[in-house]
Design a protein around this ligand. Structure first.
Ligand code: UDP
Ligand code: MG
Length: 337
């Protein structure tokens, strides 16, 4: 269900997912506010609290007293960066929506450049492209390099090799994303695949201002699995190829077995048999696992569970519309974490 009211009242929404960002949030607000105030457009900042366990919520509510444009959308539990982003995109009301991390790795100053570019060149998407990642660890850079290389192969060349989730999108793009039935979309791949007119703005990836990364290896792996299965059935073809290869190997073994029998050379042991059985078993398990990944996703899609639930939204005039279309009118605001 889409909100129909006052959509054009705001020019810009800045969406920021926050998970345990208590240490970064003050720095973030201090740097973001002058940038947005200086743009001379109406704006809101949608801080999405992704079920933080620290005092992020309390701090944002505190900072909001001084900065009414800062809005807090608190999710009921931690749902992960991409789903928190989904909640933010759904809540945002601006004609343009910028998504940015809370840790100041993406410089807020670039937002003005993005907005100007989108307006001047009539673009629907402006990507923030990192042209320098030297502040990231070698591990992060090499895994990110491998990830983007693979995604360009699987999804298509329109995926930028250096664009993360720092981007500006126009209202039509955001509405399209909000209407997608997909359960686990990876926005940095879905947005380019939509094909809206787009441009790029370069920036230097800074170091995290405070706190630690909220993207441990497990979450990086999850993002990669979502990315691959969301865009490609190639892993299923791996199963076919493995099957074909083992079939050829078995044919060879049969021929050599018959040859050995004809020449009266007894096959000495059961080792080869044993290995063949094990190999086939392993290949079958791999194939089953690959199938399972997709079946699991189909199952999740048929359940149609909400990807996130909003606990409250500081924007009290309007009802909160949940993913399933039900409405919750926020009763009272919690003023502590
Ligand atoms: N984040 C989130 N939920 C999570 C993990 C991360 O909302 O489960 C947010 C986090 O607060 C930050 C952004 O996503 O604003 C990117 O996370 P982070 O900076 O830790 O990732 P990295 O830059 O290390 O890849
Ligand atoms: Mg970061």
């Amino acid at each position: 269900m889409r909100r129909d009211f006052a959509l054009s009242a705001l020019t810009l929404s800045v969406v920021t997912p926050m998970y345990n960002e208590r240490e970064a949030v003050d720095h973030f607000v201090a740097r973001l506010r002058p940038v947005l105030d200086g743009l001379g457009v109406s704006y809101e900042v949608v801080a999405v609290d992704d079920g933080s366990r620290d005092e992020t919520v309390a701090r944002v509510l505190e900072l909001r007293k001084d900065w009414p444009q800062l809005r807090l959308v608190k999710l009921r539990r931690n749902v992960g960066h991409q789903s928190a982003l989904a909640a933010g995109l759904r809540s945002a009301r601006g004609d343009y929506v910028v998504s940015i991390d809370a840790d100041l790795q993406d410089p807020p100053e670039v937002i003005g450049e993005m907005l100007a570019k989108a307006r001047d060149e009539d673009l629907d998407v402006v990507y923030g492209v990192r042209n320098d990642r030297t502040t990231d660890t070698a591990f992060k850079r090499s895994t990110a390099g491998a990830y983007y290389w693979l995604m360009r192969k699987l999804v298509g060349p329109w995926v930028s090799g250096q664009a993360g989730d720092f981007r500006l999108m126009s209202r039509p793009v955001v509405d399209t994303l909000n209407d997608l039935p997909e359960q686990q979309p990876v926005y940095r791949l879905v947005v380019p695949s939509l094909g809206f007119p787009s441009g790029e703005v370069g920036y230097v990836r800074a170091e995290r201002v405070a706190g630690e990364t909220k993207y441990p290896l497990t979450k990086m792996i999850k993002l990669s699995v979502d990315s691959v299965t969301g865009f490609s059935a190639a892993p299923l073809k791996v199963a076919t190829w493995l099957g074909l290869i083992t079939f050829m190997v078995c044919l060879g073994l049969i021929v050599s077995g018959i040859g050995a029998w004809a020449f009266g050379v007894t096959v000495p042991g059961w080792t080869s048999l044993y290995i063949a059985v094990l190999l086939l078993g392993a290949v079958q398990l791999i194939c089953l696992g690959l199938l399972g990944e997709y079946v699991g996703r189909i199952y999740a899609a048929t359940q149609r569970r909400p990807r996130f639930l909003i606990a409250f939204d500081t924007d009290q005039e309007e009802p909160v519309i949940n993913r399933n279309g039900s409405e919750t009118v926020p009763t009272e605001l919690v003023t502590h974490g």
